[in-house]
Design a protein around this ligand. Sequence first.
Ligand SMILES: Nc1c(C(=O)O)ncn1[C@@H]1O[C@H](COP(=O)(O)O)[C@@H](O)[C@H]1O
Length: 167
Amino acid sequence: MGSDSDWPVMEAAAQALDEFEIPYEVDVVSAHRMPREMIAYGEEAAGRGLKVIIAGAGGAAHLPGMLASVTPLPVIGVPVPLKYLDGMDSLLSIVQMPAGVPVATVSVAGARNAGLLAARMLAAHDEELLARMREFQQELNDQATEKGKRLRAKVEGAASFGFASGK
Ligand SMILES: Nc1c(C(=O)O)ncn1[C@@H]1O[C@H](COP(=O)(O)O)[C@@H](O)[C@H]1O
């Protein structure tokens, strides 16, 4: 990420990776403030065994795009909202990449989805991870079904109470 101030948003990506027991590293690598280190990080990432880079930054967020320009690895960009402009500046900086240099951009503050997307990328070549991803999707499905059941019970309960009390 571009700064340690991004961590409160970005830690949701780490949490998603934890849930799938995917090892990761966390670092501050700013394109603007430490350009040489940022280029070295991007150039060395694949050789060090990294498979996917999740890059989160706020404001004029050039970090994801610059990393994508120097690594062959997939880069997922997370727009981090700051005090002004609600993350729109970051979103547009990350999403509008020129053809040839892709960055998979998630929603503003969508760090959890960035972690899940990275897990899916890794699962494409890992049957066990793929099976866990299917389980995870089934859990989401079950939770949504349960929410519907609870809401229907609540609304129907209120309606029959209104009827019984003559309201
Ligand atoms: N967008 C970038 C880049 C970059 O793109 O290289 N480096 C830092 N930043 C962003 O500046 C914001 C404020 O940073 P500070 O809180 O350190 O002042 C952070 O959201 C960071 O990601």
